[in-house]
Design a protein around this ligand. Structure first.
Ligand code: ATP
Ligand code: MG
Length: 766
């Protein structure tokens, strides 16, 4: 038997081997929380305290769940496939599929990712003639999701004014629409499961008895409903149900904007009467200076449960700080340092570039691309979020559930088949009148529109019939052809990439089948026999028949349904997957739980990080500081911090001060690569940002500088005099970038210093 416990320290060992009682492991970043949680599962199984099916473990991302399963199979000689380890969404999906009838859902219900949800809401607002200036679709979506995250249905909400009353009404209509179409959004997955378990006593008791040990990672980021869900399943403290083992770090709570409630940690301690509170303070990830920086920074937060981190790793290197003139030069510097790291033997996948918002990535991406350094961006459009892939998925969804109106609308006229807005309006009216799905309403439409629509229905029915006995990869291939998506993109100028993405879906389906343990040849659709005999029925004392969750997945979810859920859940997961031999670029949020030898934290400017929205929100700066703490603690050996004096964001040039976080970091942990005072291009002169008019002798300096280094940007030269309609006359003092990215910094004297995009600005030579 493998000794699972030999590589744990004393506190970790105590945590792993706690008796079967509620426990909270409160510990800082890199102290081995995730390791403790995984090892505890292995230990519980190895010592025979629980069988693998008695475990329910919740992780924050699909990727983390997979990793946990891989680690478990390395530790134990068991088949981990089928274990209940996953995200809240993934686990709920599985429960709802198994008990779809009790949950009042069609077996083939489909999951709306955020993008689909937004279009469903837009559609609703239009149908209801709602002014979308007054009720922007996004606001309505946040309202609905916010309510669901708190466990509230429309009828639970007491509106406090007319606007809110309208939103509540829309919430109800939206829920009705989803129910009609057989679709559920992410928040609904949780709420529906919660309602199912709280209303259905036999079912609840069944699962309470089944899951003897419930373990949750990243507990600080659970929202109210997730916490209620855990409480319900664990029979509130283990009297009737399982034992809850939660690990988390209050300093890493970074999802308040999505409803996460760090207060769940203290609520858990109180409500579950937690006697076992273990703190882990030894950090195994980062070198000393990095850890010091993290500790000192986070000490500025007032609301903390209190803990510290120490390391035996020694000080290591100081954090390198760089002040750039602009976002472009920040990117160039990142490229230079990256090259040095690679030259010194660093693996590209051990270099991470982190930023606060996605919009910052473009400039860095461009620089990496130009330098020929492979990189991978996370949080941008993922495979299952790309338009062509979503089109193909919509066709597949219609194979499984033609009443999914979102899928129907996405592809009814894509590729174009002469079904215009008018036809859709007529169809929508018929659907409303008969209260049926768009698909079911087609026979009610007459005339030319009716004929085209009937043609579409025929295509769907025909393909469905043809693929009846086919395995999933083959079905995907036929759908790509019959839908004419492939031939459509073949005629597009830049369609080659899209075709490649579409073809990848066949391999994605093959890979999915083997990962999920379906036979490669299993029919993609669920046959009627399989539906009738699904699963192992368990009869409890009340004679109530319960389909046990151990029912082979293949009998509760057809390969097609399973694949479609997988696609939606992947599309909604904003976590990075690492491992590729490429520089890893991601937002700080997506970096949670990950670690890298070398980390860049970029754009450390007021307004960006901390983000400007934080000044408006209660607790905003503290949340940003936690985010910075998460960012710092991703690094093992080397950490770079950078900021830029000017930055082009959303088409505007911003002049930013460096982030307040620099003042909060311990000075001796920092190594300034540029002088700590603001730097200029003129070798130590106070600053080009004083906006002092550049005339006379200053102008001479600019000229001298220009003589030394002449850069061209669309024919412009440093030192050249120019005129601008609004700012008057000025002198170009610097040019950065080239081609369409070229920008000039121009001193307009009285009008001050400006950075203008040379491809846009109207400048005359004088
Ligand atoms: P985060 O808060 O970022 O999620 P965490 O507390 O979950 O971090 P882990 O990811 O579990 O920390 O561990 C951090 C690193 O330290 C990992 O590389 C892990 O393998 C290593 N580690 C944890 N415990 C030990 C130990 N006792 N001995 C050696 N290495 C350890
Ligand atoms: Mg972790």
């Amino acid at each position: 038997m493998q000794n699972l416990l030999h590589n744990l320290n004393e506190e970790q060992l105590a945590a792993v081997t706690l008796p079967a009682q509620s426990a909270l492991i409160l510990a800082g970043a890199g102290s081995g929380k995730t390791r403790v949680l995984t090892t505890r599962i292995a230990w519980l199984i190895q010592t025979g305290q629980v069988s693998p099916s008695g475990i329910l473990a919740v992780t924050f991302t699909n990727k983390a769940a997979k990793e946990m399963l891989t680690r478990l199979s390395a530790m134990l000689p068991i088949n981990t496939r089928g274990m209940w380890i996953g995200t809240f969404h993934g686990l709920c999906n599985r429960l709802l599929r198994t008990h779809h009838r009790d949950a009042a859902l069609p077996q083939t219900f489909q999951i709306l990712d955020t993008q689909d949800q937004l279009s469903a809401i837009k559609r609703l607002l239009k149908a209801q003639n709602v002014d979308d200036e007054k009720f922007p679709p996004k606001d309505v979506m946040y309202f609905i999701n916010g309510a669901k995250d708190q466990g509230l249905r429309a009828h639970d909400i007491e509106p406090y004014n007319a606007d809110e009353r309208k939103k509540v009404e829309l919430y109800q209509l939206y829920d009705d629409q989803c129910q009609r179409e057989g679709v559920v959004d992410f928040a609904e997955l949780l709420l529906r499961t919660y309602e199912l378990l709280s209303r259905n006593q036999p079912l609840r008791e069944h699962y309470q008895q089944r899951f003897q040990h419930i373990l949750v990672d990243e507990f600080q980021d659970t929202n109210d409903l997730q916490y209620k869900w855990l409480k319900l399943l664990s029979g509130h403290g283990g009297q009737q149900g399982g034992v809850l083992f939660a690990v988390g770090d209050d300093d890493q709570s970074i999802y308040a904007f999505r409803g996460a409630n760090v207060g769940n940690m203290s609520a858990f301690e109180r409500e579950f009467n937690v006697k076992n509170l273990i703190k882990l303070e030894q950090n195994y990830r980062s070198h000393g200076h990095i850890l010091d920086a993290a500790n000192v920074l986070i000490a500025n937060n007032s609301k903390r449960l209190g803990k510290n981190l120490r390391t035996d790793a020694g000080h290591g290197e100081q954090l390198r700080v760089y002040e750039a003139n602009s976002d472009l030069s920040e990117a160039s510097w990142i490229i230079e340092e990256t090259k040095n790291l690679i030259h010194d033997g660093a693996s590209r996948s051990e270099i991470a570039v982190l930023y606060r918002s996605n919009a910052q990535s473009r400039v860095i991406e461009h620089a990496l691309f130009s330098a020929g350094i492979p990189y991978h961006v996370y949080g941008g459009l993922r495979y299952f979020q790309r338009a062509e892939v979503k089109h193909a998925i919509a066709y597949l969804q219609l194979m499984d559930n033609p009443h999914n109106d979102s899928a129907f609308l996405r592809v009814v006229n894509f590729p174009a088949r002469g079904i215009g807005v008018r036809s859709i309006e007529t169809l929508q009216a018929a659907a409303d009148q008969y209260r049926v799905s768009l698909y079911a309403a087609v026979p009610y439409v007459t005339g030319k529109a009716g004929t085209s629509l009937a043609g579409f229905v025929k295509l769907i029915e025909g393909t469905r019939f043809e693929t009846q006995q086919m395995a999933l990869p083959e079905l995907v291939r036929i759908v790509l052809e019959q839908s004419t998506l492939l031939s459509h993109y073949a005629t597009e100028k830049e369609g080659a990439d899209r075709i490649e993405n579409l073809e990848q879906m066949v391999s994605a389906a093959t890979q999915f089948l083997s990962e999920e343990g379906y036979g490669q040849g299993a029919p993609a659709h669920l046959g009627p026999q399989a539906q009738a005999s699904s699963g192992t029925a368990v009869v409890n004392e009340d004679g109530f028949e319960i389909l046990d969750a151990d029912a082979p997945l293949a009998t509760v979810m057809s390969p097609l349904s399973a694949f479609l859920s997988h696609a939606s859940l992947e599309a909604g997961d904003n976590q990075a997957t690492i491992g590729q031999e490429a520089v890893q670029m991601m937002t700080v949020h997506s970096a949670k739980g990950l670690e890298f030898n070398n980390v860049f934290i970029t754009g450390l400017e007021e307004g960006l990080f901390p983000h400007e929205s934080s000044s408006r929100e209660h607790d905003g700066v503290e949340e940003e500081r936690r985010l910075m703490y998460v960012a710092i603690t991703r690094a093992r050996q080397r950490l770079y911090l950078s900021f830029a004096q000017t930055r082009m964001l959303h088409g505007q040039t911003r002049y930013n001060m460096k982030s307040r976080f620099f003042e909060e970091l311990p000075e001796d942990a920092l190594k300034w690569l540029t002088p700590k005072v603001q730097q200029s291009w003129f070798g130590g002169r106070k600053s080009a940002w004083d906006e002092a008019p550049l005339v006379g002798s200053d102008n001479a300096i600019a000229q001298k500088f220009a003589a030394k280094a002449i850069s061209t940007g669309g024919g412009w030269r440093i030192g050249e005099s120019v005129a601008h309609a609004k700012f008057g006359e000025g002198v170009i003092v610097n040019i950065e970038g080239s081609g369409n990215n070229a920008r000039a910094q121009i001193n307009f004297g009285a009008a001050g210093m400006k950075v203008l995009d040379l491809s846009i600005a109207k400048l005359d030579r004088i």
